[in-house]
Design a protein around this ligand. Structure first.
Ligand code: XLS
Ligand code: NI
Ligand code: NI
Length: 435
């Protein structure tokens, strides 16, 4: 039986196609820089948005039509949703997915019952994965929806709540291992504060680090070799989240001896909320060897919330793919559509239009980025811009072979330095040649 009757398997038809149910640019087997588009992108669908997002907003309830969902907390309903989701993955030709424990299986009235439900649903997901070849990019625990986490989970002032969250992480790690997950994400939904008047920041940060260390140790014990990630976001729902941006996350990981164990899962809309571009966040992460995975979406700069829209901006996807190619591409990570349809796009077929658009936008980004690299002028410009560091005074500073007095003597013997133009506008024009 089909839950999406009338919707075909989405295939590549090329840029001249007018079929809304076809890829115009994403051609999974096409080689770019010697690798298939499929392997470059490692596209994933987010279970929470595809299956569980009713499209409510702060002013009104959900509008999404989900005729397969009886809205109950039963395991049967959860299992049926998994079937619907796998039909979606199949028709979209998306190879990976990501989940929170509580969106694949219900939270029941105690942890034992919730764990039991999770076990049953993951048994079913495992069967679905085995029969379709779809894979789990990463799993995570939802430590932000239930009222018990109102003050945080890893950073709760209440030790019993911390313990509950840790127990939930244990079960979510077990589930991720069982499903062969290639990663595990920590997004600190409520790991921050609403006011500092009631907050012991240092203690909360110590506890958050303790939670991550506990998870890393447990993963070793059970043989989970997937990559751990932390996902930066500055605010929403809390006033300030400790993992506010890439630099703050890296500082936290370094301070608590976690750099060897976690990389970053960067989300475009979170970058904008932090006052950064995605390119900035990726550049910061890559410089630290911590560019792990991407939650692919984009925000509405006029609204200013985490609107989690599907990525359609080709300039944005080009910059993302340029940085990704430059960093050697994904190893454990992928492009996870942590994105939702607009509230007005409430029909099941809108799920398809949304993902098709995102995949095509990234395919165009990939092709433009590869063309910019093949052209070589951009890279050459940057290399030349730093040429003065390759010899003389620059090389001595880089190799720490010079003292401050020697630098001073050097400058006293030299004329005023001559500056070269940064040529920003010329480079912007160059990039636009390829878009
Ligand atoms: C919410 C986050 C969330 C994480 C996973 O803003 O992006 O969806 O990706 O918990
Ligand atoms: Ni996300
Ligand atoms: Ni988001």
């Amino acid at each position: 039986m089909s839950y999406f009757p009338g919707i075909p398997k989405i295939q590549f038809e090329g840029p001249s196609s007018k079929n809304p149910f076809a890829f115009k640019h994403y051609n999974p087997d096409e080689l770019v820089e010697g690798k298939t588009m499929r392997d470059h992108m490692r596209f994933a669908a987010a279970y929470w948005h595809v299956m569980r997002n009713g499209l409510g907003d702060p002013f009104g309830g959900g509008t999404a039509l989900m005729p397969w969902d009886d809205q109950s907390d039963s395991v049967e309903n959860a299992i049926k949703r998994a079937d619907v989701f796998f039909e979606f993955l199949d028709k979209m030709d998306i190879g990976y997915y990501c989940f929170h424990d509580r969106d694949i299986a219900p939270e029941l009235n105690n942890l034992a019952k919730s764990n039991e439900a999770l076990e049953k649903v993951t048994d079913h997901l495992l069967q679905l994965q085995q029969s379709t070849g779809k894979k789990l990019l990463w799993g995570t625990a939802c430590l932000f929806s239930h009222p018990r986490y109102a003050h945080g989970a890893g950073t709760s002032p209440n030790a019993e709540v911390f313990a509950y969250g840790a127990a939930q992480v244990k079960a979510a790690l077990d589930a991720t291992l069982k499903l062969g997950g290639e990663g595990y994400v920590f997004w600190g939904g409520r790991e921050g504060y609403a006011t500092l008047l009631n907050t012991d920041m240092k203690r909360e940060l110590d506890h958050l680090a303790a939670l991550l260390h506990l998870a890393v140790d447990y993963a070793k014990k059970i043989g989970f070799t997937g990559q751990f990630y932390i996902e930066p976001k500055p605010r929403e729902p809390s006033t300030h989240q400790y993992d506010s941006d890439a630099a703050a996350c890296l500082n936290f990981l370094r301070e608590y001896g976690l750099m060897d164990h976690l990389k970053l899962n960067l989300e475009t809309n979170h970058a904008t909320l932090a006052g950064h571009t995605m390119l900035h966040e990726m550049t910061v992460a890559a410089a630290a060897g911590a560019l792990g995975s991407i939650d692919a979406n984009q925000g509405d700069e006029l609204i200013g919330w985490d609107t989690d829209q599907f990525p359609t901006d080709i300039y944005l996807t080009t910059s993302i793919m340029l940085k990704l190619l430059e960093s050697g591409g994904f190893t454990t990570g992928g492009l996870n559509f942590d994105a939702k349809r607009r509230r007005e796009s409430h029909e099941p077929e809108d799920l398809f239009h949304a993902h098709i658009g995102g995949m095509d936008a990234f395919a165009r980004g990939l092709k433009s980025a590869a063309a910019i690299r093949a052209d070589g002028r951009l890279e050459e410009f940057v290399t030349k811009r730093y040429a003065s560091w390759n010899e003389g005074i620059g090389a001595k500073v880089e190799t720490k072979a010079i003292s401050l007095e020697e630098i001073s003597a050097h400058v006293l013997s030299q004329p005023e330095p001559k500056l070269a133009s940064g040529r920003q506008e010329m480079l912007e024009n160059l990039v636009n040649e390829f878009i």
